[in-house]
Design a protein. Sequence first.
Length: 119
Amino acid sequence: MMSNLARKLQQEQQQRTVQAPAKAPAKRNSILTPGEKILLFVFGAIVCFGATFMVSKQAAIYEVNKEIQIIEGSIQEQQKVNSDLEIQISELSTYERIKKVTEKLGLTLNEDNVKGVEN
């Protein structure tokens, strides 16, 4: 009986040690202080604002570049028209052509009064 009693006592002690009251988890303090949280929020807001600002400026630059390309295209087109007109002027102002037109109209050509048109 004594050994039984010793076992019971030993089991009770083990149960007491095993059944130690579960401690409530300690309130964990935040890593960041409220001031740091505010600074982090302000920094995040500034970064978001800056990113939005940069994207909007890039969009504006894209629009301006697009307009520049359109204007350059129209300039090249006008230069082609101008060069075609210059060629046409040189073809129409040849001496032989002027002589043909004057003969066709029955006019006489006074070579002293004929002046060449230069650009």
